[in-house]
Each structure stands twice: as C-alpha cells, then as structure tokens.
Design a protein. Structure first.
Length: 274
C-alpha cells in the first residue's frame, strides 16, 4: 500500500564531535544520527523529512549535504550560506536536494536585508524557487519580513514566529506576522512551541493553541507546515518525536487541514514530488 505523503519540515542531524562555530549559543553533548531520525519517520508514518542546518555548525553544511546524498528521494535540506554565495554554488546545492537558506538570527546582530548584497542574494534564491527561513523573536520580524518582501522570495518563519512567552498571541511582532499572510509569500512552521514557553504548562499549552488558531485563520493550511524540531536540543526533557507530532492534532483539530499541512503544502514548498 502506498504511504500517504507526510513531511516533517524541521529536524537536525549532527555528531557531537564535529567542529563547532565560534559564534554559538549551545554545544551538543549527544549525537543526532540520521539512521535514528529515519527510524522515527518510519515509526510515525512520516514519509519525508527536511534537515535544517544547526546554528552551532555555522556555514559548514557538509554533513547535512552528505546525508541528503544518501537519501535523495526522502530528504530535503535547508542550509546556512553567506549572501555572496555564487549562482553556480546555489545551483549545485539545488541539485543536491537543498530548497532553502536559513538565517538563524537568535542572539545575532540583525542583517539589513534591504542592502543590495542581500537583495541580490534573495533574488538568486527566488530564481531557484527556494525559501528564506527566518528564526528570530517576533519583535524583530517586521523589519526582516518587509525587506524580504521587496525581493519577492518565499519566506518561512520558524517556530510560530517566536512570540514572547508572556505575550504569546498578543505579541505585536506576532500580530505583524499575521498581517503578512495577505501577501501570499510567507509560510509559518508550527513547531517547537516549547521554545516560546514560560515554563508554566498550564499557561503554555493554551497559548500555543491560540497562536496556532490565529495562524490557521490568517494563513490557512496552504501556508502552514509542521516540524518535529528533532532532536529537541536544550528541550529534550520536554518533548520527543511522538509528543511533537501529537501536538499538531491539538493545534489543528481538523484532520483534513492537518493532512494538507503535512502533505500538499509541505510537498510544494520543499519540492517533493506528489
């Protein structure tokens, strides 16, 4: 029987002994092995996965790319790149299964995406039909989204848009993210609600549910994707693969909408044949 298409849009693989970038917030003390990840996909009925470059590995995407080469049908990749990356290198990455570029800006100085260097880079991303993945607290999203919008490239916002824990859906940056739904070039990942948490389970679960409700109302299932955030770095005490997948049913109660989020929406965004 043919498996129903379902995509995990956000996971990481790495080995703890790998050289780490100097500008890092975290260093892993465990391995996140590709074989373990693939076993989890099989166990939970997920047909495809998207590997996202971990911030602590910086611009050295070599390990991620090696894993993509081993699983070209099942896996896609989102890498970290400098904005002067050439068209030839981008084309080679696209041929290897890469479909996006990540800007993990948590704890970093914000780049000015309106500068000619960045606008030219975003234009090259757009030409490949890739997306720019933004990971930053919601308060700083408006300027980033406005500058990215000028290029016309697709933008994927990580982890609900990272609203402030004590504000959740009342965060002004989150409200601005909702307004970008009308432009039709922004997608949001329903993933890792624990990264927006206040450490109060009684408060955090309803907050994530309300954020998801507002995102679904604004973007619809056509521009929301789900990610496990495996292996849940710094939050392994709070989540595992099963609880991350179960959370989607809490955030999106309608089964047909969940199928669209996991299937057609993610497949189109990450260039997965249907």
């Amino acid at each position: 029987m043919t498996a129903i298409l379902a995509v995990d849009s956000h996971a990481h693989v790495f080995m703890q002994h790998m050289p780490l970038t100097a500008a890092r917030r975290y260093a892993p003390d465990f391995d996140a092995r590709p074989a373990e990840y693939l076993d989890l996909l099989d166990m939970h009925g997920i047909t495809h996965g998207v590997l996202v470059q971990p911030s602590f590995l910086g611009y050295d995407n070599s390990y991620l790319l090696s894993v993509l080469r081993q699983q070209p049908q099942r896996l896609r990749g989102v890498v970290m790149l400098e904005p002067d990356t050439s068209e030839a290198e981008l084309a080679a990455l696209a041929a290897g299964g890469v479909t996006g570029v990540r800007l993990n800006l948590v704890g970093q100085v914000l780049p000015d995406l309106s500068l000619p260097l960045w606008q030219a880079f975003l234009a090259r991303i757009r030409a490949l039909d890739w997306h720019l993945e933004l990971h930053r607290e919601a308060a700083d999203l408006p300027a980033l989204l406005a500058a990215a919008a000028r290029s016309g490239c697709r933008v994927v916002v990580d982890h609900f848009g990272r609203p402030a824990p004590l504000q959740a859906s009342a965060d002004a940056g989150f409200a601005e993210l909702l307004r970008h739904a009308d432009a039709g070039r922004v997608w949001v990942k329903l993933s890792a609600a624990y990264r927006n948490a206040s450490d109060s389970p009684d408060r955090d679960a309803p907050a994530a549910r309300e954020c998801a409700r507002q995102l679904l109302a604004a973007f619809g299932p056509q521009r929301l994707v789900w990610g496990s955030d495996w292996p849940h770095t710094q939050h392994r005490h709070l989540a595992d693969y099963g609880t991350s997948l179960a959370a989607l049913a809490d955030w999106v109660p309608d089964a047909a909408q969940r199928r669209e989020i996991l299937g057609a929406t993610a497949a189109e965004l990450f260039h997965i044949p249907q």
